[in-house]
Design a protein. Structure first.
Length: 356
């Protein structure tokens, strides 16, 4: 069968762009030469020259100067023109919309925060989302490629349709991606807030070999998780992986908003409500230990408004339960969901394995 040449060219350009972005995101890195691009992609130097010429013409790549000679001809380095395009990433929780504008390297260049009440009827809630996202788009210093959204699940990230939104059942079945794209006139991607936060963690320099397998636990107005296995986001066969908060840990426990009893989320939130932060941390540790025992992840990453309000207590409670497994926090802190959502919006431009 013959190759689809336009698709092949697009794929090869994405490979090169992905390497340029990787170089831009690496601490202290300048650029990367065409020879190195050819070696890392397996493309011929002639193919790389053609691709980089197109990327420069499109304003996506630029010269980064010449590297000092080591005996041969000095190599000209290229770098990602990070400011040439932008993406907007948004975190929609029950009470607040947090949006960031990110350049092509994923760096935040602007941010916007506004109240958001998911308890409102869907039409009013959608109108508020569109209004505030338009404000964020207006902060962008360059053309916006798209908008990424992180919101509590469960949902179908492939269609951007919300399923049984815990605590806000009237949003169930809302085609959020379609509605926001219509209102914004831009491509929109939607995923669970935990998954987008995990994407921001994946973009960080890995602390050690094998650290690309981790569990991200998010405790805010609810409790959820994202699973990253072998460097890739694991969603499960029905895109439902990570409903961490709804594991039953007490058969005769209090009712949960999901309809079951004794869910870890219900117990954690009850402890938070009575100001028992240490108790909530111990409960979160129980769930983290279950996750480590089941999947043998290399580390646990914590995030979410409640955790970040008292990080030392939550880290101590989880570390006590998981033993030698490292416990840390997303580098982006309270912006992790929004920054990961911006990376989600940028992902079609790059060849990266983070989205499976």
């Amino acid at each position: 069968m013959g190759a689809n040449l336009p698709a092949l060219r697009s794929h090869n350009a994405a490979l090169v762009l992905g390497l340029l972005r990787g170089a831009a995101m690496a601490p202290g890195s300048g650029g990367i030469s065409r020879l190195e691009l050819a070696e890392r992609t397996g493309l011929t130097p002639q193919a790389v020259s053609k691709i980089t010429a197109r990327l420069r013409a499109d304003g996506l790549a630029e010269d980064a100067g010449r590297r000092a000679s080591t005996g041969g001809k000095p190599l000209t380095e290229l770098r990602l023109a990070a400011g040439a395009r932008c993406a907007v990433g948004a975190h929609l929780d029950g009470e607040t919309l947090t949006a960031v504008v990110a350049d092509l390297a994923g760096r935040t260049v602007a941010e916007h925060t506004a109240p958001l009440d998911l308890a409102l009827p869907v039409p009013a809630g959608l109108a508020a989302m569109v209004r505030e996202l338009r404000t964020a788009v207006g902060l962008a210093p360059a053309p916006v490629l798209g908008v990424g959204v992180g919101i509590r699940g469960p949902l179908d990230h492939r269609t951007g349709t919300l399923h049984e939104v815990t605590g806000f059942p009237h949003w169930s079945g809302c085609p959020l991606r379609t509605e926001l794209a219509r209102g914004l006139g831009l491509p929109v991607a939607v995923d669970k807030n935990t998954n987008t936060a995990a994407l921001s963690v994946l973009a960080e320099p890995q602390p050690a070999p094998g650290a690309g397998s981790f569990g991200y636990l998010h405790l805010g107005t609810g409790l959820g998780a994202a699973l990253v296995l072998d460097g890739g986001l694991h969603r499960g066969g029905r895109a439902g992986a990570g409903e961490f908060g709804h594991q039953v840990v007490q058969l005769d426990g209090p009712p949960c908003k999901c309809g079951k009893r004794g869910c870890l989320e219900a117990l954690c939130l009850a402890a938070v409500a009575r100001a028992d932060t240490e108790g909530a941390a111990r409960l979160l540790g129980v769930g983290a230990a279950n996750l480590v025992a089941l999947l043998d992840v290399e580390r646990i990453v914590l995030g979410g408004r409640t955790v970040l309000a008292d990080p030392a207590v939550f880290r101590a409670g989880v570390r006590a339960a998981v033993g030698p497994v490292p416990v840390g926090f997303a580098a982006a802190g309270p912006r992790a969901v929004a920054e990961g959502a911006a990376l989600l919006a940028l992902s079609p431009l790059f060849a990266r394995a983070a989205l499976r």
